[in-house]
Design a protein around this ligand. Structure first.
Ligand SMILES: Cc1ncc(COP(=O)(O)O)c(C=O)c1O
Length: 447
């Protein structure tokens, strides 16, 4: 980032020292050129050097209604002054129940219960534990196996990491959970590359689940967990009919289907949840991120009635689930969540997303044919431009592209050689164009 005279406003902004160890960050490289922000509003970040930068990542797939949404800011302020904290173990506060009701109100039919967590990773680990405990509660304690998918990202807890499918994330931390299997990525570049939206072919990848169940006795499998749209692993929309087939196989064998909607939840595909946008009903949904518009950490596990009810059979004085977090249903998070839902509704943000998605798709695919571009994938307001890696230097080209966009005033995310895009849902057509222009000019500059 080039410094401007306005750095004087925050003279210590680039003086980062080495006390803070950032997640998923090359620390030594970061320290040599720290990307620092000091404010945010709407579609923009304010960088420490005074520049306004268009946020084409919604923070980290979470600021769906744009930054510093006044209603959410006010709600958090008000909540902090009224009830700073209350345990959720054997007690609670009204806003937690109100939020639970609002969430189940927008969730797919039959999802009438929510368990609160503080992040997507916790939501996933909670969901996996609930799945196992559900089978146990019904007398099927032999159902413990979990099935994830290649390129799946389910957070960084040991459970999520175990079912996740990104090898580099797992390498340093084994052994992970036993009894985990993975489906392969439902993708084939020659036949599915540059698909606009969902690939028309590829449903047959779901039949792999049937093959896996010939190796793993279906009566030992607790759950299959997939992101409806693979997000962090590279934005892969599901082939048409793929999720439907997974659903059918799970149902046939009494296996719970979990949709990890940490990214797709809260409007990214034009409906509250991807399950609704794609018209496939899982049994459990995990969510986080857009739940509070990113303003306060919060996650949740949405459950279909039959899952919840299986736990409610014992003596009424017995705790049904020995699981939870100090900050589950935190008052500030609930206030932010309620305000976020108000804003989403008042702005009609989910419908707006569905309406603007074709413009987004056209802008992204206009980059086809630009230097280094080997694939483009999109769905809703999600997208990725995949670049060919430099020979012997994977990730360098992606990093240079993102840096060039940043200098040009657009924040995009480089994940290796993928340029990942997931803007706030309030993005205007002109800003979509700005993102495309920035990426195009970056691609033409870098080698
Ligand atoms: C699908 C999915 N699941 C889980 C997570 C983990 O969420 P968190 O970083 O809030 O723990 C993420 C984060 O990006 C995600 O994309």
């Amino acid at each position: 980032m080039t410094a401007s005279p306005q750095t004087n406003l925050h003279p210590r902004a680039n003086d980062v020292g080495d006390s803070y160890w950032l997640p998923f960050t090359a620390m030594r490289q970061f320290r040599s050129n720290p990307m620092m922000f000091v404010g945010a509003e709407g579609m923009h970040y304010l960088a420490a050097d005074g520049r306004r930068v268009l946020d084409a990542m919604a923070g980290l797939w979470c600021v769906n209604a744009g930054h510093a949404q006044p209603r959410i800011v006010d709600a958090i302020r008000e909540a902090a002054g009224r009830l700073d904290f209350v345990s959720s173990f054997k007690m609670s506060h009204p806003a937690a129940f109100e939020l639970a009701g609002r969430l189940t109100g927008i969730a797919p039919e039959g999802f009438d219960h929510v368990f609160f967590t503080n992040s997507g990773s916790e939501a996933v680990d909670s969901a996996l534990k609930i799945a196992r405990a559900y089978h146990r509660a019904r007398g099927e304690s032999g159902r413990t196996k979990l099935i994830g998918r290649a390129k799946g990202y389910h957070g960084m807890g040991f459970g999520g990491l175990s079912v996740g499918g990104i090898g580099r994330h797992k390498r340093d931390f084994g052994p992970l959970l036993p009894d985990v299997a993975h489906l392969s990525l439902p993708y084939d570049h020659p036949s599915m590359g540059f698909s606009r939206g969902r690939p028309e072919t590829g449903a047959q990848y779901a039949d792999e689940l049937q093959s896996l169940l010939q190796i793993h006795d279906p009566a030992t499998v607790a759950a299959v967990i997939v992101e409806p749209v693979i997000g962090s692993g590279g934005v892969y929309p599901p082939p048409v009919q793929y999720l439907e087939r997974l659903r059918a196989i799970c149902s046939r064998h009494g296996i719970l289907l979990i949709f990890d909607e940490v990214i797709t939840g809260f409007g990214r595909l034009g409906r509250p949840f991807a399950a609704q946008a794609l018209n496939v009903a899982p049994d459990i949904i995990t969510c986080a991120k857009g739940m509070t518009n990113g303003a306060v950490p919060m996650g949740g596990v949405l459950l279909r009635d039959f899952v919840f009810e299986a736990f409610m059979a014992g003596p009424p004085e017995a705790i049904e689930l020995f699981h939870g977090y100090t900050y589950s249903g935190h008052p500030l998070a609930c206030a932010a969540g309620l305000a976020a839902l108000d804003v989403y509704e008042e702005l009609g943000l989910f419908e707006r997303t569905a309406a603007i998605a074709p413009t987004w798709e056209a802008a992204l695919h206009s980059l086809r044919g630009e230097p280094h571009v080997v694939d483009i994938r999109n769905i809703g307001l999600l997208g990725v431009v995949e670049l060919s890696p430099r020979s012997g230097e994977p990730g360098v080209r992606g990093g240079l592209c993102a840096q060039s966009c940043y200098e040009d005033g657009a924040l995009v995310r480089a994940s290796g050689d993928l340029i990942v895009l997931s803007p706030p849902l309030i993005i205007e057509e002109g800003q979509i164009e700005q993102v495309a222009v920035s990426v195009r000019s970056a691609l033409r500059q870098i080698d």
